[in-house]
Design a protein around this ligand. Structure first.
Ligand SMILES: *Cc1c(COP(=O)(O)O)cnc(C)c1O
Length: 439
């Protein structure tokens, strides 16, 4: 069988052994064309009076990824001061960033934040405390603010750990506190020109629609100065066959209609903003691992591969599923879950990594038990490729656990070249900040 592609991104399986030979395994792999296409799709989202797309850079904060995304015309949403500084170091001006953070910077960091805001960074007020600390500075410098509102209603997360709207999450100024913050802002002559709600990641598109209605409701009630309304990120991608991807055109059409109705009722033309992370990069990514061992217990066949939870923690954290492809050392695709091929001759294997952790597997159920994957049986030395790993993989993994070194990353460029965009850590980096102290 010589299938030529698998996974959400069309990727030639014959590339896998080439990549492995050149840079070793495990290694992250990205696809420029995929990222650019998803940016294009987002920029084409229907809207009535203008659309601004920010990439939520915590999904993947690598400088090459940031450059690909911003060159396509997306701006950034940063989740921390360090993220903003990191994007700036990649050459992106602060004027293209918004900061949406739980942090409350003090001291030197506070000074740094003020410098960023002066350079054009949009500050998204996420709590009463943040507002009180930024208010005088904003007034003195005539800076308009954005406000993140906690809608006080169940959000749109794919799991409780990714729901940022419910009473059990604490992101943003709670709707109950909005009148107080608004009154304080009026007193100081400060304007909220942007209102922002992000209800969570990867949830039901119906919740996204409900949020549009709710958010426009409180823009109308409390924010007469708002010219931009941000509906956040959380657009779902389909990683596994059978999963449904968010329909950008239909969500956009809905938002457009609602914003037009808002105009009819108020005379105000609102700019629309979205800030997806997952949607931009998730399916551009693969992790290439090599099978280093096979074991058999009474219950299960195991493949041990050279990368697991320290590269991709989503299965352990959320029970997320990622499609698996098995590639032979000669580049033949043996089986691919994404294509669901072949359908016969499959055998079940638990696929585990190298960490001393029973949950170190790419497929787990909600209780954390390993779920076997149906594949064509490979040999030791063949490759297990994990798809849908462009988002929240290298940016959120518990790297260096078991003192495994963070792997390198390769970008397949638009013209098909393979380029190393990040080197694998060297051993010295595992201990570089440790001090030799005499106790
Ligand atoms: C994480 C995050 C996003 C992006 O969420 P995705 O599910 O990756 O699209 C957007 N906005 C904020 C405020 C976030 O914290």
């Amino acid at each position: 069988m010589t299938m030529t592609h698998f996974g959400p991104t069309k990727l030639d399986a014959t590339l896998i052994p080439k990549i492995a030979r050149q840079w070793g395994t495990p290694v992250y792999l990205h696809d420029q064309e995929y990222i650019e296409n998803s940016c294009q799709q987002l920029l084409s989202m229907p809207n009535p009076y203008g659309l601004h797309v920010r990439y939520a850079m915590k999904a993947n904060s690598d400088r090459t990824v940031l450059r690909v995304v911003t060159n396509k015309g997306l701006d950034l949403d940063c989740s921390s001061l360090d993220e903003a500084a990191r994007a700036h170091a990649a050459g992106i001006p602060y004027s293209r960033m918004m900061l949406t953070t739980q942090e409350v910077p003090t001291g030197a960091e506070r000074a740094e934040l003020e410098e960023m805001i002066r350079a054009g960074l949009k500050y998204n007020v996420c709590s009463m405390q943040q507002f009180q600390l930024v208010a005088d500075f904003a007034r003195k410098n005539k800076v308009d603010l954005s406000i993140r509102v906690h809608p006080g209603a169940a959000g749109g997360g794919e799991s409780a750990t990714r729901d940022t709207g419910s009473e059990y999450s604490c992101f943003g100024v709670h709707l109950n506190d909005v009148p107080t913050v608004k009154a304080l802002a009026d007193e100081k002559g400060l304007r909220f020109t942007q209102v922002h709600v992000h209800i969570g990641s990867g949830g039901d598109p119906e919740k996204w629609r409900e949020n549009i209605d709710r958010e426009l409701g409180f823009v109308k009630a409390y924010f007469p100065d708002a010219t931009t309304v941000s509906f956040g990120g959380g657009l779902k991608v389909a990683r596994m066959p059978g999963e449904k991807q968010a329909d950008i055109a239909s969500l956009g059409a809905y938002a457009k209609q609602r914003i037009e109705e808002f105009k009819a009722a108020t005379g105000r033309e609102l700019q629309m903003e979205i800030e997806p992370g997952t949607f931009v990069v998730a399916n551009s990514g693969h992790i290439v691992t090599r099978i280093i061992d096979k074991k058999l217990t009474n219950e299960m066949n195991f493949l041990i591969v050279d990368g697991g939870m320290e590269l991709l923690t989503r299965p352990l954290l959320y029970g997320s599923e990622h499609p698996i492809a098995i590639v032979r050392q000669d580049g033949t695709l043996l089986s691919s879950e994404y294509d669901q091929k072949p359908t016969t001759g499959l055998k079940s294997f638990g696929i585990v990594g190298r960490c001393c952790e029973s949950g170190d597997s790419v497929r787990l159920d909600k209780e954390g038990n390993i779920v076997p994957v149906l594949i064509v049986e490979p040999e030791i030395g063949d490759y297990v490729v994990i798809g849908g790993t462009g988002a929240y993989s290298e940016s959120m993994s518990p790297e260096n656990y078991n003192s495994h070194r963070k792997p390198g990353a390769v970008m397949k460029t638009r013209n098909g070249e393979l380029v190393l965009i990040r080197k694998k850590q060297v051993r010295e980096q595992l201990v570089q900040n440790e001090l030799d102290v005499k106790l």
